[in-house]
Design a protein around this ligand. Structure first.
Ligand code: NOJ
Ligand code: CA
Length: 559
């Protein structure tokens, strides 16, 4: 049966996330740049990528790596110039590729002129661009705790008892979405970029725009009496109206593609978010990532049991079909590397990575690869906490120490969960600094670049990189494109403990995907397997009638 969802231009596309600081440095300052992205467009095209999401490149003091914007209309000189950005747009267009920017509009930087003017004159026009509140009982206005730890309130510079709200770092004051002037500023800015030729945006932290403007206290969930801002976000209604207005005034006019970073959505609101009239084209499916979250800091995180990974993927796939499309990821710049997280230790090798890629890329939804995923970059071992750059990692390290862990243990916790795991420089080849820079890299290069790098994998036929190309080619092949983009998702053989198998079905045709996450071979007997042909596998495979045996870490796709 055909999906009732009207088809959109982006439904059958493959996206790739670029973390520009770490992609490719072309001027030797140790930081990736726009010219570096331009230089690698052919590499990305050859991989099969259609859409590029570029993490923030706006002017910024980089307290939170560009998620603190001080000028929405400018490119940070670290990355290059607006002319170079325009060149990137033109070069992408030549190759039929689309560019998404990051849209960070829950907050800006405390260096943004809006905030500077607000602080200089809190009673003036700009004071109302932010959430300024008087303190309570000699302390902050509420007990809200920011995502990066500590109070979500900071004193307005130069003011005695006046605070501003920041859900993230104190250098990231939240914008007042109740103020129509702020909304107008933001709509104008979004349209300005779309007018330039952007295909759309990845939309940062967007669920946070809806506040309880009375900023009440919530029951404490930390020893210091604070309560996570999540408590407030989960208790308020009305974000949908704001998002519909945003869409109507901007994205809708350009048929733009938008992918929301949405946490803490209520499941029953899925259609409002990604349905045909939804706030966004799609949202990331973070449900597998969230499986490792513990009830507090990273030190309370856990390993993900395979059974939960499988049931979670199956659940979100089934919940979404008939409603809309999710964006499927294994990792991003805020997460550890996917292969270090989802593969059991015995499968953390190239074969296992091919298996994980197969499972992920053939799901129903828009695949978003993160730079380096296609060559199997792994978490990076750091020798000391000083080697980290990420503001969040430092906060989590401190939390682990406070909770009684030793320095070594706290470091190990960061090695597993740090956001810098995904941010180390791209490993292009086996020359100095992995070919990322001729200078000193801003963040340590993973020492495994001698073994894991793009050049080696370009030259080797059975590499992970070549396998990704085959997977993407299969997804786009005239024969299977429709099934793999629009076909329904159906779980298979859940009685097999370590097998993750499903089929994609459209108009009576299907593709079967199976992956053996276990240490032992798995045999499946089912008439569904009869008269099949192998479309792709990471291992030699023979099909015998209705029976197939998968080796450990084997992935098999049949049509
Ligand atoms: C989510 C971004 O992906 C993350 O890197 C950032 O720190 C926060 N939002 C705040 O903008
Ligand atoms: Ca540079």
């Amino acid at each position: 049966m055909h999906s009732p969802i009207p088809r959109k231009w982006w439904h059958d596309k493959i996206a790739y996330q670029i973390y520009p600081k770490s992609f490719l440095d072309t001027n030797g300052d140790g930081i990736g740049d726009l010219q570096g992205i331009i230089r690698k467009l052919d590499y990305l095209k050859d991989l099969g990528i259609d859409i590029l999401w570029i993490c923030p490149i706006y002017r910024s003091p980089f307290v939170d790596q560009g998620y603190d914007i001080s000028d929405y209309y400018d490119i940070d000189p670290t990355f290059g110039t607006m002319e170079e950005f325009d060149l990137l747009l033109a070069e992408a267009k030549k190759r039929d590729m689309y560019i998404l920017m990051d849209l960070v509009i829950n907050h800006c930087s405390d260096r943004h002129p809006w905030f500077q003017k607000a602080a200089a004159d809190p009673e003036g026009e700009y004071g109302n661009y932010f959430y300024f509140r008087r303190g309570k009982n000699g302390g902050p206005p509420s007990n809200a705790r920011s995502y990066f730890g500590g109070s979500a309130w900071e004193k307005v510079p130069g003011q005695e008892d006046l605070y501003y709200f920041h859900a993230y770092a104190k250098a990231q004051p939240d914008l007042n979405w109740e103020n129509p002037k702020v909304l107008q500023e933001l709509y104008t800015m979004v349209n300005w970029w779309l007018e330039k030729g952007l295909a759309g945006f990845r939309i940062d932290a967007i669920i946070n725009i809806q506040k309880d403007t009375a900023f009440p206290d919530y029951p404490a969930d930390a020893p210091d009496g604070t309560a996570s801002v999540v408590k407030m976000i989960e208790s308020v209604d009305g974000v949908g109206q704001k998002l519909q207005q945003l869409k109507k005034h901007t994205f809708d006019k350009y048929d733009a593609f938008t992918v929301g970073e949405v946490f803490n959505m209520r499941q029953e609101e899925l259609a409002e978010f990604v349905g045909p009239e939804g706030h966004f084209s799609t949202i990331f499916d973070f449900s597998p990532n969230c499986l490792s979250d513990g009830p507090g800091g990273w030190y309370r995180n856990r390993e993900i049991p395979f059974s939960e990974l499988r049931s979670t993927i199956f659940r979100t796939q089934q919940e979404c079909q008939g409603i809309g499309f999710l964006a499927n990821i294994l990792e991003n710049h805020d997460e550890p590397r996917g292969n270090s997280r989802y593969l059991p230790p015995y499968a953390r090798n190239e074969m296992g990575m091919k298996m994980l890629a197969t499972v992920n890329l053939l799901l129903r939804g828009i695949p978003f690869l993160f730079q380096g995923q296609e060559i199997g970059m792994t978490n990076c071992p750091m020798e000391s906490v000083e080697e980290y750059d990420d503001i969040n990692t430092k906060a989590e390290y401190a939390l682990a120490l406070e909770a009684g862990y030793s320095r070594q243990e706290a470091l190990e916790i960061c090695c597993r969960f740090s956001r810098d795991n995904g941010r180390t420089p791209m490993q292009w080849d086996d020359s100095d600094n992995a070919g990322f820079t001729a200078g000193t890299p801003w963040l340590k290069v993973n020492p495994n670049f001698l073994q894991i790098n793009a050049k080696e994998q370009q030259q080797r036929d059975d590499s992970l990189l070549q396998y990704y190309k085959k997977l993407i080619r299969l997804r786009k092949s005239p024969e299977f494109r429709e099934i793999l983009a629009w076909g329904n998702f159906e779980p298979l053989w859940e009685d097999k403990d370590m097998l993750l198998a499903y089929r994609r079905v459209l108009d009576g045709r299907d593709v079967l995907v199976m992956a053996n996450f276990g240490r032992e071979a798995v045999t499946v007997r089912d008439s569904l397997l009869e008269n099949r042909r192998v479309l792709l596998s990471n291992e030699e495979t023979v099909l015998h009638g209705s029976c197939v045996t998968l080796a450990p870490s084997q992935a098999l796709v049949v049509g």
